[in-house]
Write a protein that binds this ligand. Structure first.
Ligand code: GCB
Length: 588
């Protein structure tokens, strides 16, 4: 799916601003779009509201627009949206983290039009993420809706990403898929172009970063060009070409779209993760799209700041834990050279989450949950959206699913297959393993290309006993390696909750800034000795909001930075460490 941009043939109108908003049975009130509604409403009953809610705005259509096709495009609405233009139903979308668009040409009129979104934030055991949803009736007969997140982040909701009016020509470019083969600095690049309507001819022009033409071709839906002297996309040293695709009829350009793309190779071989043929070492984070004021709504300011903080720290990568991030963030990562593990919304796939976390055959996750369709949909939509980004080096099919339970392999096998079939660039695929699924009990690891571990040795286990933590970690990682000697292993999460400003002379005191540093030093001491351990992504980049819980102090406090992006001691520790770890060939 193409990112919305204006071109010589396409007009783009950004509908961001203050819309009208109401919760079911309430009055209309102002609401900023994009943004989560929750933190804009202050009081707990609104902030924690569960159910239907409504957004409305007006937009204006000009004569010129009526000569084209008019679309409304949503970057994301969390989690369900039904869209109406002038009170007529246009379409709907389930899934809170991927874009969707509808053609509204037949529904708009010259001048003022009204756009309404009927939305809903309910999650249950057939949605992703998974939520525990219940309804009870109180003594007055009122239905009380309750949603208990089956995951550790707040269920922010609303119109989270930009809404655009996008006018395209009658015949238009629907999609562009770019693949390539690289031989040293020579590339054969393939373009597969999907057109709606008719295309007399399609012209492809490839520009370098100086806007110099490096290749052209003209023809049909599939085209190929050769590019010499290729400058590769490299971690923290990105190079992006532009593919300008035009539908032409003689001298007339009917449609035009420009897609940026970098070229690099990715391969998993001999327990190393190779980018452009060299062993890459992941330094970075699991993150969240989570900020004060905006909640999970797009904040370009926060994204740019975060990218600069990551660079300051010497990081080179992040995982889009636990859902597809905004297209704006993906384009920023692609431009700035951050290596991305791109994750689906599959989080919470564990029936016993948060209870006793025990595998219980009587309550088998894979028998109770009905998430298969949602899972296939998000894999399709994620790969469709992000397939051309050089920054994406691996797809994460799920975070911390119950992969030690019977039925897990049967659930995941077709999903890995689907992702591998859909990805035109054949990137590696992984799932992120939770600490209960040990080398002895996990059944999904044979499907993964990289063993991605979320481990909390020294926090949820061996608290304040870092010697025991080191021993347990080393034993477990070595065990994984014995079972899967060819697969690289990395941390996709490790961390300790830390309240900024809390200090102690005793470095073993949990929650202090001192302990967070000690925790990381101990874990890093172990992984530094293991040649097949190819990366460290800390949990988390910054503190973030969660549901209420006795283990959470106004949210999860495992950030290296606070929610306001102020560094804790561990942020400085990692800056020093990562400044001295090269992107390539760290492990010899
Ligand atoms: C995990 C989850 C993450 C949590 C984290 C924690 O393993 O993947 O969503 O926030 O642990 O802090 O407990």
């Amino acid at each position: 799916m193409l990112y919305p941009i204006a071109t010589q043939t396409r007009q783009l109108v950004d509908l961001s601003g203050v819309w009208q908003f109401k919760l079911a049975d309430q009055q209309w009130q102002p609401m900023a779009v994009p943004g989560s509604f929750n933190d804009q409403l202050i009081l707990s009953e609104y902030k924690n509201y569960v159910g239907d809610f409504f957004y409305q705005t007006e937009f204006f259509v000009t004569e010129a627009m009526l000569n084209q096709r008019v679309f409304v495009r949503f970057g994301s609405v969390t989690h369900y949206a039904a869209v109406f233009v002038n009170e007529q139903y246009i379409g709907e979308h389930q899934g809170g983290f991927t874009p969707f668009e509808f053609e509204v040409t037949e529904f708009v009129t010259l001048g003022r039009n009204v756009l309404r979104v009927n939305a809903n934030n309910i999650l249950n055991n057939s949605t992703l993420p998974v939520g525990n949803y219940s309804e009870t009736v109180d003594e007055n007969g009122n239905v009380r809706k309750k949603l208990d997140e089956n995951f550790d982040f707040f269920n922010y909701a609303g119109i989270h990403r930009p809404v655009m009016l996008w006018c395209k020509p009658k015949n238009y470019i629907e999609d562009i898929t770019i693949t390539y083969e690289l031989q040293d600095n020579q590339a054969t690049v393939n373009f597969a172009i999907e057109v709606v309507g008719e295309a007399k001819q399609i012209k492809v022009t490839v520009l370098d970063e100086q806007s110099q033409v490096v290749a052209t071709s003209i023809g049909g839906a599939k085209q190929q060009v050769e590019i010499d002297n290729v400058i590769r996309w490299q971690p923290l040293n990105a190079y992006l070409y532009q593919a300008v695709v035009e539908l032409v009829d003689g001298d007339v350009v009917e449609d035009s779209y420009s897609e940026p793309f970098g070229m690099r190779t990715v391969e998993v071989k001999n327990n190393q993760f190779l980018i452009n043929g060299e062993p890459f070492y992941f330094k970075g984070y699991g993150r969240h799209e989570d900020t004060y004021l905006n909640g999970r709504g797009l904040s370009n300011v926060a994204n740019v700041l975060d990218v600069n903080l990551m660079k300051w720290q010497g990081a080179n990568s992040f995982r889009t834990s636990h859902y597809p991030y905004s297209e704006e963030m993906m384009r920023l990562a692609d431009r700035e050279g951050f290596v991305v593990i791109d994750e689906t919304t599959a989080v919470g796939l564990m029936y016993n989450f948060g209870v006793d976390m025990k595998v219980d055959p009587a309550n088998n996750t894979w028998k109770i949950y009905k998430t298969g369709e949602a899972h296939r949909q998000v894999i399709r939509e994620l790969i469709q959206r992000d397939k051309n980004y050089a920054c994406v080096v691996m797809w994460s099919i799920a975070n911390e699913a119950s992969t030690a339970e019977e039925g897990a392999y049967e659930y995941f096998e077709p999903l890995f297959k689907l992702a591998r079939e859909l990805d035109p660039q054949n990137r590696p695929c992984c799932f992120v393993n939770l600490l209960l699924a040990t080398p002895e009990t996990d059944v999904v690891a044979p499907l993964t290309d990289v063993i991605c571990l979320n481990r909390y040795c020294g926090w949820y286990r061996q608290l304040s006993d870092l010697d025991a933590a080191k021993k347990a970690l080393k034993e477990e990682v070595e065990h994984w390696h014995r079972l899967y000697p060819d697969k690289p292993i990395m941390f996709t999460e490790y961390g300790a909750d830390t309240v900024a400003g809390l200090h102690d002379m005793d470095f073993n005191t949990p929650f202090t800034e001192e302990y967070q540093v000690e925790y990381y030093k101990a874990n890093n001491e172990v992984i530094d000795q293991l040649p097949y351990f190819v990366g460290e992504q800390v949990w988390n980049f910054a503190d973030f909001q969660t549901k209420y819980g006795i283990f959470r102090v106004q949210g999860n406090k495992k950030g290296l930075f606070t929610r306001a992006r102020m560094p804790k001691m561990a942020a400085h520790y990692f800056k020093q460490r990562w400044d001295n770890i090269p992107n390539f060939n760290y492990k010899k």
